[in-house]
Write a protein that binds this ligand. Structure first.
Ligand code: PXP
Length: 272
């Protein structure tokens, strides 16, 4: 079949990456929803078996309207396995955002796998989930900067997961990633009322500053069907990463519907 691309080869094909980039750019002023499927793998790993399969969940998430898929390949491999990422890269119809710590082993894999996007996150073995944003202080800057350079050199879009404070945003801009992902955990954990409003204000200000400094702005962590709308309405944001709440709902209504419902909330927020 000359001239046709084997579907399985598509994600490694530079053309696929170009198409993906322009499709993503066109949607800049709406909002992309990336679904984090780690917790499908968490259930599988609880029994060390082969179900539920996050790769199958990815197909359903895409049918539900996911614009991309996020997986965190942790050093301890507690949920997502190398096999999951490899299969996703060969079969997904949407871009893959690989979350990784700034460590050699996973970075080597990212360079050989060539996901569309890599998000650098902090990682501690004892934590239940990612606790805070990446330390982008002076002592970490060189390591992060070198990692970004390696990822950019092989054409991977980059993002730094950071706390929504002006100093972290400015320090991140100095490191020159494609994007920052603002940690929404503090907002998600706030008491309803003034506290939540204050933390939302911090997110809004950080997003405006980051975009003004030339970075794309993403957000995520702890977002749910109940708290997502005010965040989705922040005009400087262009991508949300949501996992736990969607995977939890999918247990009751199925993955496709869970994603469709989240996407509908986000798009409604965006329309005002
Ligand atoms: N963004 C980052 C960087 C994360 O580490 C996580 C959690 O893995 C998420 C977003 C998604 O968070 P949640 O599962 O709470 O929706």
């Amino acid at each position: 079949m000359t001239g046709e691309t084997d579907a399985l080869d598509r994600p490694a094909d530079p053309q696929y990456r170009v198409e993906t980039c322009s499709a993503t750019r066109e949607r800049e002023f709406s909002m992309r929803l990336y679904i984090n499927i780690d917790h499908v793998a968490t259930v599988r790993q609880a029994r060390q078996t082969d179900e539920p399969d996050p790769v199958r969940a990815a197909v359903l998430a895409e049918l539900g309207g996911a614009d991309g898929l996020t997986v965190h390949l942790r050093e301890d491999r507690r949920h997502i396995q190398d096999r999951d990422v490899e299969l996703l890269l060969r079969t997904a119809r949407t871009p893959i955002n690989l979350e990784l710590a700034v460590t050699e082993g996973v970075l080597d894999l990212a360079e050989s796998w060539l996901p569309y996007q890599a998000t650098l996150v902090p990682e501690k073995r004892q934590e239940v989930t990612t606790e805070g944003g990446l330390n982008v202080g002076e002592e970490a800057a060189e390591r992060i900067g070198n990692t970004l350079e390696r990822l950019h050199a092989v054409g991977i879009r980059t993002s730094l997961f950071i706390d929504p404070d002006p100093e972290s945003v400015r320090r991140s801009a100095d490191l020159d990633p494609t994007a920052v992902e603002l940690h929404t955990g503090e907002y998600a954990n706030a008491r309803p009322g003034q506290e939540a409003l204050d933390r939302l204000g911090r997110l809004r200000a950080a997003a405006e500053l980051a975009r003004g400094l030339g970075m794309a702005v993403h957000a995520g962590h702890g977002l749910t069907y109940e708290n997502v709308i005010p965040v989705a309405a922040i005009p400087d944001l262009e991508e949300l990463n949501i996992g736990h709440s969607v995977v939890s709902r999918s247990v009751f209504v199925g993955m496709e519907r869970a994603v469709r419902e989240m996407k509908a909330l986000i798009l409604r927020a965006r329309e005002g």
